[in-house]
Structures are given as structure tokens and as C-alpha cells.
Design a binder for this molecule. Structure first.
Ligand SMILES: [Zn+2]
Ligand SMILES: [Zn+2]
Length: 234
């Protein structure tokens, strides 16, 4: 029987089945592969995101060795493989950076913020939560530091602990943070404000001067904070 594309009339089961899920990092633990597996594909529509993630998963992804020319602004600004326009053009035109479909037609995964945008967002959030009682402020900053867990896009073997390593976190979008602030504001009246402000300097991690620190450092720091807090509560 032909396995020609589009031939969907086969009735027998697949002859050869892999016993193990294909793992792109089984024989490749290079930093590049690890980075790719952790990469959050964004600025593209869901379809293009799936395509790029498929390429990563099956080791077909070829990172750019140098920036490509953007087909819109003609600058050498495209830094992501398979994208045809640069981040700025994609954001400005509200289109998928790969297939150029508009955000009006298809949902587009929001681009990861630049360090500058992140700083602005942080400042905005700090203004908004200024009036919060200490305890709530801390809860919010924890929420923000933790980020949003991405849904597992890759089918996985639940018995295989390594597969779970693919789970990843991304930063909350501005909309998600605003929503959280609203929720916390509404909850305000239900709770009493018995804040304990014995560890106010808990939040060094959110100060502007530590912006440059990497995500993993932030994670470590928030873990440290967590244990510190648990100890304080005992
Ligand atoms: Zn451009
Ligand atoms: Zn697309």
C-alpha cells in the first residue's frame, strides 16, 4: 500500500512502532540543544509555533549563524531562524513573523519582552501595587517571579521523568499581571490585613539594580526567598 501523502485509506495498524519516544537530547547534551529545548517560541502564530517546535523536537531546527535581512524594513534584524521579518516589524504590524498572517486572523504568541520593556513593566507594576498591604505585595511579586507554566506541548511518557524536564516557565504578560492585580484588589475586603513586615527586604530581587541577572539566578533567589519565608513562619 502506498504511503503517499494524502493517502488516508489504510486500515491496518502501523507496522513498526518505536518503543521509546524520540529524544532530541539523548546523544546531544550540548548547551545549544539544551537552550533550544528551553526556548520559548514566540512572535509567531500557533501554526508556525507548532512547526518550529516540531523542528526543535526532531532536531531539524537550524539556528541562524548571522542575522537575516527583514523583508519589511530591509535591515539585518532577523535573529530567529525561520522568521522572515524582524521582531520590531512583527510587533508593529501585529503579524506572525514567519507566515505574516495578521493577529486579526490568528492568535499570535506574544514576543518575549526586551530587557528595556521588562524594566518598564516592572516599574509600572510597582506603581500599581504601591498601595497594597505588605503581605499582598509579596504575594504578587511571588506570582510575578514564578511566571506562567507553559502547557506541555510535546506528548510524553509519564513514566519517563526526563521528559518532564521540558516543562518550562515564561514571564507573565502585562495583561496577566494586571488581571492578577485586579483579582487581588477585589479580594482585599475579604481578608484582614495582619501583615507581618519583619522581612521587608525580602524583595531585593525585584529592585531595578538586579534587572540584569539571569532567569536562573532569579529562580534561585526566589527559591531562597521561599525557604527563608517558611523558616520565618515557623
Ligand atoms: Zn523589520
Ligand atoms: Zn504564522
Amino acid at each position: 500500500m502506498s504511503s503517499q501523502r494524502g493517502n488516508v485509506s489504510r486500515t491496518r495498524a502501523q507496522k513498526h512502532k518505536n518503543r521509546y519516544v524520540f529524544k532530541n537530547d539523548l546523544h546531544d547534551k550540548t548547551p545549544q540543544q539544551i537552550r533550544l529545548n528551553k526556548m520559548h517560541v514566540s512572535t509567531v502564530c500557533q501554526h508556525c509555533k507548532d512547526v518550529i517546535e516540531w523542528k526543535i523536537k526532531y532536531k531539524k531546527y537550524k539556528p541562524l549563524t548571522q542575522a537575516k535581512t527583514c523583508t519589511r524594513c530591509q535591515q539585518r534584524n532577523v535573529r530567529k531562524a525561520y522568521h522572515v521579518i524582524c521582531r520590531d516589524c512583527a510587533v508593529q504590524a501585529r503579524v506572525c513573523a514567519k507566515c505574516l498572517k495578521s493577529a486579526d486572523e490568528v492568535p499570535i504568541e506574544a514576543p518575549q519582552p526586551t530587557p528595556r520593556e521588562e524594566q518598564q513593566l516592572q516599574a509600572e507594576m510597582e506603581r500599581l501595587i504601591k498601595s497594597f498591604p505588605e503581605r499582598k505585595r509579596r504575594a504578587f511579586l511571588r506570582f510575578q517571579a514564578k511566571g506562567r507554566k507553559l502547557e506541555q506541548q510535546h506528548e510524553e511518557d509519564p513514566a519517563d521523568p526526563e521528559a518532564r524536564e521540558l516543562a518550562q516557565y515564561v514571564k507573565h504578560t502585562r495583561e496577566e499581571l494586571l488581571e492578577k492585580i485586579e483579582q487581588m484588589k477585589l479580594a482585599e475586603s475579604d481578608e484582614d490585613d495582619d501583615d507581618y513586615d519583619d522581612d521587608e527586604d525580602d524583595y531585593e530581587g525585584s529592585d531595578a539594580d538586579s534587572k540584569q541577572s539571569s532567569d536562573s539566578e532569579d529562580e534561585e533567589r526566589s527559591e531562597l526567598k521561599d525557604t527563608g519565608r517558611k523558616r520565618a513562619e515557623k
